[in-house]
Design a protein around this ligand. Structure first.
Ligand code: HEM
Length: 477
């Protein structure tokens, strides 16, 4: 039971939450550099669900229980809904004008409202049906070719190309920059987590010159900017040629809003580029990793795989040739599998950092203004208090269980919760459900080269991510 804010705050001032022992000057930086999701959970189990890490000169609190997440993301959401200003955001994110990085305030509120109303809301996502289904057909065709030759498919690559392809198709009918987007988003994410002095030891920022941090950021930012410029100008040229308005795609929708001036802020080209960055950076690897882990887990759980296939193969697809999103409501096992995958391997395992905008108090501890917060979604989703055999893949736990991922059940928050919750849920779920249903409808899957399910790599790559160490190759039958 959490003690209320005001009562304790008066009694004990400046009592900070527990922290692992730190070294002079660098604090806990030496421990943080080698952290994995497992070791971060182990540290929190030792020091508590609200643990303080001194990362260089920056106070960072790690949140690792459902109760604590509810405190940060619901009860005191107004205080914790901002983002820290870090160098990568400022250079890559157009001065933090994308929604993911923008500080909490009027601009962020308006931009997020725009996402929900015009880009990622349920009706808009339904209208993206042709793009989604085109990409599914494209993937199925590739798989059929491999099937004919009894060859394996690199599903890691296929899922990445599918996720980027849908967004690509929504910015341009002839989009062909999938590989460039994948390269830039991967490098940008790596730089976001790379050590630099300005973010962790601000007085020593001059040393960043030796790390070439800024030049690496500027280089990626320039390449992204060139790509977005081209997307926007191609889109404008198309509108001029067709001589009609288009809002059935992402850039078209934004250009229409710009022309109509119906928003409560001036939408500039810089904003449009920042929003495109958000879509590609937040929407690609999250989707592809969920698909990949679902397939990995299903390969080890033959019974559940069969149950999905039995359900999905009962759907009469007729001349359509594919399962559609309208068919998916009946696929209860598929839905449970996706939930269980998001519980066990949430693709954003540690939420984008939050920052407090005023001093406050949690459970008797003082939280200074300007503190950073890392919500450890991965660890929360595996809390044995809420989930039996919490480290095991058991999709049946969601049968008849009303826990959903809409931010109301704090023991299951793959998309976060509260004001900063992911706005891309509809978009992501439509894509994930559609592709998974179709590849399980059309093919049986086996491991290549006599490999056994025990040999499937279940490890994460180093760092705080659920990326797998090895690529997933499977043979479609
Ligand atoms: C399985 C897929 C996805 C998962 C699990 C996921 C998860 C998350 C999480 C955990 C956050 C951070 C919440 C927080 O800071 O507390 C987030 C934020 C965000 N996501 Fe997603 N996401 C997914 C897909 C997408 C897609 C497809 C898009 C857009 C096309 C998207 C756009 C965003 C944006 C813009 C934010 C920032 C929201 C804000 O700061 O207000 N996400 N997502």
């Amino acid at each position: 039971m959490l003690i209320t804010k005001k009562a304790v705050y008066k009694k004990k001032k400046y009592k900070l939450p527990p922290s692992p022992p730190k070294l002079p000057f660098i604090g806990n930086l030496h421990q943080v550099a080698s952290l994995t999701l497992h070791s971060l959970r182990a540290l929190s189990m030792k020091h508590g669900p609200l643990m303080l890490l001194h990362i260089g000169q920056i106070r960072t609190f790690v949140v690792s229980s459902a109760e604590m997440a509810q405190e940060i993301l619901k009860k005191q959401d107004d205080i914790f809904a901002s983002r820290p200003s870090v160098k990568a955001d400022n250079i890559l994110g157009y001065g933090a004008s994308n929604v993911s990085f923008a500080p909490y305030g009027e601009y962020w509120k308006r931009a997020k409202k725009l996402y929900i109303a015009h880009l990622l809301g349920p009706a808009k996502v339904r209208s993206f049906k042709p793009a989604r289904e085109d990409q599914v057909r494209f993937v199925l065709e590739k798989m059929r070719q491999a099937q004919k030759m009894s060859k394996s498919v690199d599903l890691t690559e296929v899922f990445n190309l599918f996720a980027v392809g849908i967004l690509g198709r929504l910015v341009s009918k002839n989009f062909s920059e999938e590989h460039l987007v994948l390269e830039l988003t991967k490098q940008g994410a790596a730089l976001y987590f790379e050590f630099n002095f300005e973010d962790y030891f601000p007085p020593l920022r001059f040393l960043d010159t030796f790390l070439q941090y800024e030049s690496k950021l500027t280089n990626i930012s320039k390449r992204c900017d060139d790509l977005f410029e081209k997307m926007i100008s191609d889109r404008k040229n198309r509108s001029a040629q067709d001589d009609k308005k288009h809002d059935g795609d992402l850039i078209g929708a934004l250009l229409s809003l710009q022309e109509n001036g119906e928003l409560d802020f001036e939408l500039t080209k810089e904003h449009i580029k920042a929003f495109l960055l958000d879509m590609f950076a937040a929407g690609v690897h999250t989707t592809s990793r969920t698909l990949e882990w679902a397939m990995v887990e299903l390969m080890k759980d033959h019974k559940t795989m069969k149950q999905i296939q039995e359900q999905v193969r009962k759907i009469p697809i007729g001349g359509r040739g594919i399962i559609t999103n309208e068919d998916i409501n009946e696929l209860t096992v598929l839905k449970s599998v996706i939930k269980e995958t998001l519980r066990l391997h949430p693709p954003g395992p540690v939420a984008v950092p939050h920052q407090s905008t005023q001093e406050t108090c949690i459970n008797g501890y003082t939280i200074p203004k300007g503190s950073r917060f890392l919500v450890n979604i991965w660890s929360i989703n595996r809390d044995p208090k809420f989930w039996e055999n919490s480290d095991e893949f058991r999709p049946e736990r969601f049968t008849g269980n009303t826990a959903d991922f809409w931010g109301n059940n704090f023991q299951f928050i793959p998309f976060g919760a509260g004001r900063r919750m992911c706005p891309g849920i509809h978009f992501a779920m439509h894509n994930i459900e559609l592709l998974l249903a179709n590849i399980l409808y059309h093919f049986d899957w086996k491991l290549p080269n006599g490999m056994t399910t025990e040999e499937l790599d279940m490890e994460y790559a180093p760092g705080l991510s659920v990326m797998r160490n090895k690529k997933l190759h499977l043979v479609p039958n």
